[in-house]
Write a protein that binds this ligand. Structure first.
Ligand code: MG
Length: 203
């Protein structure tokens, strides 16, 4: 199982980190060891002083494929949830400044939290999925897939040119604006619509 993550997929978020709005999707990977086990807290890593949450819609791949065309992409995923792409922002800024890869800032152990997946039903409009993140009961990110620069089907098409998608892989589709730091004893809760799917405590 691999986790494919899209960066800078919401214009407002790209701006808040002083990044350009990309002309192609920005892709990075997280290994399986980056998965935070459900219901386990995230222990604040010792190598960062600026751990950030990034709440994102995540889809799960249900069919193996490569070179998937946008119009066939919906056959390749069938579940959705919200996830957290935890980021050591201080390390990421250092790596970016040097033009180096981000893995130490993005793909470390337990840096990927996944909510409970729900089935994608025919009545769901994937181009209008509302989701939000609460930090200690206060809404800090409020997103809508309508604001994605590259929608889910375009992402599947683009990613599958380079990486075979396998059953069980997940795609983090990028974070909307409002990212920020977490502290020990914070509580994060992720929602699609009004349904809570994700719960992570920082320790
Ligand atoms: Mg992200």
């Amino acid at each position: 199982m691999k986790m494919i993550c899209i960066g800078r997929n919401y214009a407002e978020h790209a701006k808040e980190l002083n990044n350009e709005v990309p002309s192609d999707p920005v892709i990075f990977l997280k290994p399986r060891s980056a998965l935070l086990f459900p219901d386990k807290p995230l222990y604040y890593p010792e190598f960062t002083d600026d751990l950030h949450y990034e709440c994102e819609l995540v889809v799960k791949i249900c069919k193996n494929g490569k070179y998937i065309k946008e119009k066939f992409a919906p056959k390749y995923y069938n579940e959705i949830t919200v996830g957290l792409d935890f980021t050591a922002r201080d390390l990421q800024q250092k790596q970016k400044a040097k033009g180096l890869p981000w893995e130490i800032a993005k793909a470390f152990d337990c840096s990927a939290a996944l909510g409970k997946f729900i089935p994608i039903t025919p009545d769901m409009n994937l181009n209008n999925i509302k989701f939000h993140l609460k930090l200690n009961d206060k809404v800090v990110q409020d997103g809508n897939s309508a604001d994605m620069i590259f929608n889910i089907n375009k992402i599947v098409e683009y990613v599958s040119q380079y990486f075979t998608l396998n059953i069980g892989d997940v795609i983090f589709t990028g974070t909307p604006a409002g990212v920020g730091p977490v502290s020990v004893y914070d509580k994060l809760e992720g929602f699609i619509g009004s349904e809570k799917l994700l719960d992570v405590d920082i320790r």
